[in-house]
Design a protein around this ligand. Sequence first.
Ligand code: AMP
Ligand code: ZN
Length: 112
Amino acid sequence: MNDCLFCKIIAGEIPSDRVYEDDQVVVFRDINPMADVHLLMVPRAHVAGLNDLDETHDALMAHMLRTLPKLAAAQGLTDGFRTIINTGKGGGQVIFHLHIHLLGGKQLPGFG
Ligand code: AMP
Ligand code: ZN
């Protein structure tokens, strides 16, 4: 956990462009944005990914999901937004601290 980049961002040891925080989550801009708006929402508590969740995380996950539309609205994404959670190496996860990508702006491409 000490080597976790997002734990260091949460602790303020590594700078980030923070747009929201509360007692459970921190939200900052992705350093390599894939859309006009590209935020990362991370829980303050270190959880590696979806595979590591158990019932003790239920309230946290509900809070994260319910906070996303408020963030999107605050970013001016009135027409909708996309959320992505990459899980494991095969799922494209690079940072092993659970995070939800929130993307929006210009019309995003569909899948397929
Ligand atoms: P994932 O592939 O789902 O693990 O996504 C990791 C994301 O973290 C990528 O979109 C990166 O651009 C982003 N990222 C990596 N380092 C930083 C950083 N220091 N600050 C903000 N975002 C970062
Ligand atoms: Zn972490």
